[in-house]
Design a protein around this ligand. Structure first.
Ligand code: ADP
Ligand code: MG
Length: 304
């Protein structure tokens, strides 16, 4: 784990905090590396991995959008992030694979551990985090003119992995199978990805994410642009995948959270304050006997 620390007045993050993100924004103040090097240990390929966020705060410029969010996302489980719009769910998800830092004014404090190893360790490359922790977005985004098979392996170049033709074909088939799309496209692998239905395109994006063998798959409202049938198809895929990859999914659909997730975290940004986790725990318990009145109101559709 890295020993970098970030001193952030006004953000009394407990324990070591890790950051940040060029260009360093005016606020919070620049990080203060203490010089100690991390051990640089990379998580091994394959195998289930847990993700542990500790004391994560996030800013866009001076706007603090997350405040000391801590959450354990256990290996081989589906964790659902729920809560009203604007409470920082997407920001939190992007912090889990180092995409938050792509926003020029963005800053963060806290730690993200992949199987105990800090993904923000300065000794590690950002591509490493993104290879181990894949992402699927709200709107399916295949390369529309590229063939289905080329879409599946489109991420390999970024990971520096070279594969020969035979391995490539196997990878296309296995990734499409895992994404629940193989039977529908096996006879038209050279057809353009853009010709598929919305639900199929989303499963193609899942296949593309899986082809680089991530240990964690992040999904940001992956069904919100899809019809109910396609949604159910993706939910089945999520359930199948959860045995082999840790999944973190943002959803606005409470029924979906109840169907696919093992545990839930309820985010809330009250009255202009930064987003926090109000309550988290076993999904059944969160829905049947939430501890916090705000959770009860949210899961019962009283706001948001
Ligand atoms: P959610 O996914 O829960 O709807 P977001 O993480 O998208 O919430 O947003 C949290 C807060 O951060 C919101 O106030 C939003 O306006 C702000 N925000 C999100 N993305 C950006 C950005 N790129 N630049 C500035 N502010 C942003
Ligand atoms: Mg969002």
């Amino acid at each position: 784990m890295t020993a970098n620390t970030l001193s952030t007045p006004g953000d009394r993050t407990a324990g070591p905090a890790t950051a940040v993100l060029p260009p360093v924004p005016a606020f919070p103040p620049p990080r203060r590396p203490d010089g100690a090097a991390g051990d640089g240990a990379a998580p091994g390929d394959g195998g289930l991995a847990s993700v542990h966020a500790r004391g994560v705060s996030a800013w866009f410029g001076k706007h603090k959008v997350l405040d000391r969010v801590s959450l354990e996302m256990p290996a081989g489980r589906v964790t659902a992030l729920i809560g009203p719009s604007g409470c920082g769910k997407s920001t939190f998800l992007r912090i889990l694979n180092r995409m938050h830092e792509l926003v020029p004014t963005a800053a963060l404090a806290g730690e993200v551990l992949l199987d105990g190893a800090d993904i923000y360790d300065p000794a590690k490359r950002v591509t490493e985090a993104r290879r181990h922790i894949g992402m699927v977005f709200q709107k399916p985004n295949p390369f529309p003119a590229m063939s289905i098979q080329d879409n599946v392996v489109a991420g390999l170049g970024l990971t520096g992995r070279k594969v020969d033709k035979g391995v490539r074909e196997e990878l296309v088939e296995s990734s499409l199978t895992r994404a629940g799309l193989w039977n529908e496209v096996k006879d038209r692998l050279r057809a353009p990805g853009g010709g598929l239905s919305g639900g199929q395109q989303q499963r193609l994006c899942i296949a593309r994410a899986l082809a680089v063998t991530p240990r964690v798959l992040l999904m940001d409202e992956p069904c919100s642009a899809l019809d109910p049938t396609s949604t159910r198809r993706i939910e089945e895929t999520i359930t199948d995948l959860s045995r082999e990859v840790t999944i973190v999914i943002v959803t606005h659909n409470m029924q979906q959270a109840a169907r696919v997730s093992d545990q839930c975290a309820f985010f809330l940004a009250e009255a202009g304050t930064p987003g926090r986790i109000v309550e988290h725990g076993d999904t059944d318990a969160m829905f049947s006997e939430p501890q916090d009145a705000r959770t009860f109101d949210y899961v019962n559709g009283r706001f948001g």
